[in-house]
Design a protein around this ligand. Structure first.
Ligand SMILES: [Zn+2]
Length: 111
């Protein structure tokens, strides 16, 4: 997830400051472990239309940290979500179901 930005603390003020609205994108949520300098990713998602709104929907959940990546199209957001989903644990994630494509797109990892 080299291109992803963050981590951002998963709170409304920080998300609104950092994550762009009105754009497709992919994101990952997890738990910051500052002592280890690491964030453990437990959830992978995307938005086809509004990345900020999608991340804000998880504020107040048990996750404490967010990585995000704005992208040009829903197809790109889906492809990045798929790569991250497979890389970060696939069915072991809280988001354990394979990402569902926006229309007629194939997963770049499965296909
Ligand atoms: Zn796949």
């Amino acid at each position: 997830m080299a291109d992803f930005r963050g981590p951002v603390h998963l709170a409304a003020v920080e998300v609104e400051r950092a994550v762009p609205a009105g754009t497709p994108g992919a994101f990952a949520l997890g738990f910051a472990r500052p002592q280890e300098g690491a964030v453990f990713i437990s959830y992978v998602g995307r938005s086809d239309t509004d990345l900020r709104a999608a991340v804000l929907a998880h504020v107040g959940s048990r996750y404490t940290a967010c990585f995000y990546l704005p992208l040009e199209s829903a197809a790109e957001a889906y492809a990045e979500e798929c790569r991250l989903w497979h890389e970060m644990g696939a069915m072991e994630l809280d988001s354990g179901d394979h990402p569902v494509p926006p229309g007629d797109h194939a997963c770049p990892v499965c296909d």
